[in-house]
Design a binder for this molecule. Structure first.
Ligand SMILES: *[C@@H]1O[C@H](CO)[C@@H](O)[C@H](O)[C@H]1NC(C)=O
Ligand SMILES: *[C@@H]1O[C@H](CO)[C@@H](O)[C@H](O)[C@H]1NC(C)=O
Length: 372
């Protein structure tokens, strides 16, 4: 009897161990997001000395309960919309006090921080922000937490199965290279600065691969010379061609970089996408896309321009869905939806719950083009 009992125990043990090896981690597929104010969902709210804040009304007016939530828009970010389309949960901000191992395993983490750039020195006048290297450092801390919670094997599987978003670069130009207070503006010229920036991005993307990132999307830049702030700083009120040229040059170089990395790095699916052309067209032909205004912010402080941020005393435009820009820097929810649909077309992804299906999943139908 005793022997039988022992045998059964051993059998159960062997099966448990086998089961563990065969089935591995029953982890959910979640996202880890690295970015700037275009993807921040609340980190800067907890950086009390940061000057890049979206913590006052009317930020968030078209999101959830309408109160500020840390997003630098009236509604959703581009990453929100893309993640929703993939069927992925929206990851909470890294500094959200409710973040725990269980929350991370269910939802992932968003490290994006307003004012942050690819370069450490970018956005220093905001005093506090997470640059991309800092965000990756925080991600390494997250990995340590999860390894301690579920073990190394399962953690490796969890992080290799996750989806990654890297969306930075605008601040490296607007709040660094294009501002004479920053030494990068006199150390480099247009070409050498773009090389320095994409060289740094290359090291960061390789580091993320070393840390387990396999499925990663890099978002390119839009025509940043056409944000209301850049227009109001030009004497003519037109877009700043120099800034737009830099965005195109960055997109070209980083698109090549990401394609090269995708072939070099084992088991990687690294993709680059930008919405430059579509946004450029919306700005020139807003009515074609259902917009009425593409050159000034919906939230502004009377005739005082540029208003650095949207504040409770600001006035809002009548119909927020008709404005391309929410404030001097950031697109509105409606514009973000258009940008997200364009990126979805470029990335050509399928819903995550279909990706793991045994039969080949049908490709997501392309989003309708504006001409339709
Ligand atoms: C950038 O900052 C990180 C810390 O966030 C640091 O480890 C790294 O050495 C810095 N890199 C450069 C080039 O200054
Ligand atoms: C690539 O995938 C194969 C098969 O799943 C695996 O054996 C190998 O360890 C992976 N390599 C890396 C670097 O992830």
């Amino acid at each position: 009897m005793k022997l039988n009992h022992m045998r059964r125990l051993v059998l159960v043990l062997v099966m448990t161990i086998l089961g563990f090896w065969i089935e591995g981690c029953h982890c959910k597929i979640v996202q880890f997001i690295f970015g700037d104010s275009l993807s921040d969902v609340g980190n800067n709210r907890y950086l009390s000395r940061s000057l890049a804040q979206a913590s006052l009304p009317w930020y968030g007016i078209d999101f959830g309960n309408g109160l500020p939530n840390g997003r630098f828009s009236n509604g959703r970010t581009v990453a929100d919309i893309i993640g929703d389309n993939m069927g992925l949960p929206r990851p909470p901000a890294f500094l959200d006090p409710s973040l725990s191992e269980d929350v991370i395993l269910e939802n992932g983490v968003n490290y994006a921080s307003g004012g942050g750039g690819i370069l450490n020195e970018t956005g220093s006048y905001f005093i506090q922000r997470f640059s991309l290297y800092k965000q990756i450092e925080l991600f390494q801390g997250t990995q340590e937490l999860i390894r301690n919670k579920i073990g190394k094997e399962a953690a490796d599987e969890f992080f290799q199965g996750a989806r990654y978003v890297v969306a930075l670069g605008s601040n490296d130009f607007i709040n660094n290279y294009l501002m004479p207070v920053y030494s990068d503006s006199w150390t480099y010229n247009d070409d050498t600065f773009v090389q320095y920036l994409t060289g740094t991005l290359q090291d960061q993307l390789k580091l993320l691969h070393k840390l387990g990132a396999r499925q990663l999307m890099v978002f390119g830049l839009g025509p940043m010379g056409c944000i209301p702030l850049q227009r109001v700083l030009s004497t003519s009120g037109n877009c700043q061609e120099k800034a737009n040229k830099l965005a195109l040059s960055f997109n070209k170089a980083s698109s090549k970089l990401v394609d090269d990395l995708a072939t070099q790095l084992p088991n990687s699916s690294y993709k680059f996408g930008d919405a430059y052309d579509v946004v450029d067209d919306v700005i020139s032909n807003p009515s074609k896309y259902g917009f009425e205004n593409s050159d000034s912010p919906c939230c502004s402080f009377g005739n005082i321009r540029p208003a650095l941020t949207c504040i409770p005393a600001s006035r809002l435009c009548k119909d927020r869905s008709k404005y391309v820009f929410w404030d001097e820097y950031h697109p509105s929810d409606s514009a973000n939806e258009l940008i997200a649909n364009e990126l979805i077309k470029k990335f050509g992804f399928v819903r995550v719950d279909q990706t793991n299906a045994p039969s080949p999943a049908p490709a997501l139908a392309p989003a309708p083009s504006p001409e339709d």
